[in-house]
Design a protein around this ligand. Structure first.
Ligand code: PLP
Length: 396
């Protein structure tokens, strides 16, 4: 029998649990998006969101899912036939690559193993070969949500600089923004793509392009067709706090509260809380004797952990059992990882008890499904969390 009592545990790696103050802000009546009250809200969120991307430059906010902001990043900076260098970190890098091709971009894809992040040396080597500078942009995913592997964006920046290459740097932070340290300006990123439904703790429906001066200049020459996604109209009217079309007013009301909440906790504390939950999760998984999809500990994601099941066992079967018994949703394996891995989301609004609750649900599921493991993983996570009592940047 399906258990639908108690609160549902939404532990997929986004959308994440939306805290009550954000839900309350979203539930407020919709206001006139061309009126004075909106202008105040518009300016507040357009300015506030810059602090989350760590940029002093503009951030465009679209009423769209992350996929829309991917498209916006490409069509505003590139022209038909332009070459873009991408790296196959997993499912989301693959989708972005496919999108670029559909848009008429020559998208090169450096092969990856879906178990690690971007190899910055490979980027540098390819750019160094490109003496004629036919590659116009490097586009990578900061946190690959399908595998739980992060990439070192500062190293990718260095790779471009070491090669003396003028390519733009485009980065997807959809599952890292507000969960894992990210610095748009300091790392010299030209377009950062973000979404509302993960570290920002909002429902899906908003997405972002943080843009550099170099990206704005590239947009003036870029020839790919665009209308809805065009930065120019946005930038002009955003100055007054308005949008060129009807924005997602209520989600913006929620965004204002989300930004406040992140700053009240302190971004460094937010990152430390994610690091700690991720570490507790990994210790538990290691104790179970299961393998983590990401193979390089330096690239372990703090927002999710993808766990491999032994050959012959079904990750989807396990997830279905856990949903039925414990009313908890876990992330599925994507693409070639379908049924091979399940993904535990530990991002957004959560605390220690939610982390141990999630791990208890998984451990019960492993037991019920007869998946070989060493019991007691939750105990290991509890020992770690209770020995690290305060989730502050200092404690981390
Ligand atoms: N990029 C990454 C890293 C993601 O995790 C996702 C969605 O989970 C996307 C892109 C696509 O975003 P959306 O599903 O909001 O369109």
């Amino acid at each position: 029998m399906t258990n639908r009592t108690g609160r549902h545990f939404l532990q997929i790696p986004g959308p994440t649990n939306t805290p009550l103050p954000i839900l309350a802000a979203i539930a407020k009546p919709t206001i006139d998006h061309r009126g004075p009250e909106f202008a105040k809200l518009g300016l507040e969120v357009l300015t506030g969101i810059r602090t989350i991307f760590k940029t002093s430059g503009p951030v465009i906010i679209y009423p769209a899912s992350g996929t829309g902001a991917w498209e916006a990043a490409l069509v505003n900076t590139l022209s038909p036939g332009d070459r873009v260098l991408m790296f196959e970190t997993g499912w989301f890098a693959t989708l972005w690559n496919k999108m670029a091709k559909r848009l008429g971009i020559e998208a090169e894809f450096i092969k990856g193993d879906w178990r690690s992040g971007v190899n910055a040396d490979a980027i540098e080597a390819r750019l160094a070969e490109d003496k004629a500078h036919t590659i116009k942009a490097v586009a990578v995913v900061h946190n690959e949500t399908s595998t739980g592997a992060t990439s070192n964006i500062a190293a990718v920046r260095r790779a471009i600089d070491n090669a003396g290459h003028p390519a733009l740097l485009l980065v997807d932070t959809i599952s890292s923004l507000g969960s894992i340290d990210y610095r748009h300006e300091e790392w010299g990123v030209d377009v950062t793509v973000g979404g509302s439904q993960k570290g920002l703790m909002l429902p899906p429906g908003l997405s972002f392009n943080a843009i550099s001066d170099k990206a704005v200049a590239a947009a003036k020459k870029a020839k790919l067709p665009r209308s809805f996604w065009d930065w120019e109209d946005m930038l002009a009217i955003n100055e007054k706090g308005f949008f060129p079309y009807t924005p997602s007013t209520n989600l913006l009301q929620g965004l204002s509260v989300a930004i406040q909440m992140l700053h009240e906790e302190g971004l460094d504390n937010v990152f430390a809380r994610h690091d700690r939950a991720a570490e507790a999760t990994r210790r538990c998984v290691h104790h179970w004797g299961l393998e983590i999809q990401c193979q390089n500990p330096q690239e372990y994601s703090s927002s999710l952990t993808a766990v491999r099941l032994p050959e012959g066992y079904s990750a989807d079967g396990l997830r279905a059992e856990i949903l039925t018994r414990c009313n908890m949703s876990l992330g599925n394996g994507l693409g070639p990882l379908a049924d091979r891995v399940f993904r535990i989301g530990h991002l957004g609004d959560f605390h220690d008890l939610m982390v141990t609750g999630v791990l208890s649900g998984v451990e019960m599921g492993l037991r019920v499904c007869g998946i070989p493991h060493q019991s007691g993983g939750v105990e290991v996570a509890m020992n770690y969390l209770s020995g690290n009592a305060r989730a502050t940047a200092q404690a981390a």
